[in-house]
Design a protein around this ligand. Sequence first.
Ligand SMILES: Cc1cc2nc3c(=O)[nH]c(=O)nc-3n(C[C@H](O)[C@H](O)[C@H](O)COP(=O)(O)OP(=O)(O)OC[C@H]3O[C@@H](n4cnc5c(N)ncnc54)[C@H](O)[C@@H]3O)c2cc1C
Length: 247
Amino acid sequence: MAAEIKVQVVRKSDEATDIISLELASCNGAPLPPFSAGSHIDVVLPNGQRRQYSLCNDPEETHRYQIAVLREVAGRGGSVAMHALREGDVIAISPPRNHFALSSESGPSLLLAGGIGITPILCMAERLSASSAPFDLHYFSRSAQRTAFRDRILTSPFASSCNFHYDDEPAERKIELEDLLRSSSPEMHLYVCGPAGFMEAVLATARGLGWAETRLHYEFFSAPTDQTHIDEAFQIQLASSALRCRD
Ligand SMILES: Cc1cc2nc3c(=O)[nH]c(=O)nc-3n(C[C@H](O)[C@H](O)[C@H](O)COP(=O)(O)OP(=O)(O)OC[C@H]3O[C@@H](n4cnc5c(N)ncnc54)[C@H](O)[C@@H]3O)c2cc1C
């Protein structure tokens, strides 16, 4: 990995059912590279797997990165390995990259998060709040117990801009995506992150209501193909002879 940074896990916390957060600090005490809201880092796991995680702390901070990880038992083991990390462990990460940046830190924004998709969205909410930009945050999750950073949001300066929606709440309290997107002002920018089905429903509804593509911003968390075994030289030895072949 280019320009790899060694960081130490300085804090590990339970944020919700199946979700932990990890606080990472540089091993030599040097400030970490700056980042903007919506950025993510690559993490190289002790088993060589590489996964991406969005930064969810205040972008003004240079002494730490905070990430949160949903345990996905149906996956290839990356999130399970992340959950096994302990305070004191040293891991390698990439510098932050941003493919999901705020297009404006002053205009009105509609932030929609589904489940663990809150990570980049929370960072955006904190950035918009710090610059006094108008925004609404709608955070959809299965239940209050599965809602990471609920207390952090409820005690934040932007608590009144945040609406929580739970799958297990009574039908009369549920909000229709179409009503939500229809009632938004025409100059608003939409930012959405969460499970693929949730994002596809949000984007299809917005497009159906005539939202311009330039106002739609999104990031899918689907993992890229694991490339840890690609682009590396390897040798094979035929069992029946001493012949060695290089790729
Ligand atoms: C830019 C970016 C930012 C991200 N930010 C975060 C974040 O902040 N927090 C976070 O928790 N995750 C984040 N992710 C996702 C993260 O990188 C990992 O993909 C995630 O932790 C799951 O890794 P895994 O190896 O456990 O599962 P993966 O193998 O990546 O699988 C993920 C899911 O895909 C499905 N799947 C995989 N393989 C199969 C299969 N063979 N058959 C059927 N279904 C399958 C399963 O539903 C599984 O749960 C982000 C991803 C990207 C690209």
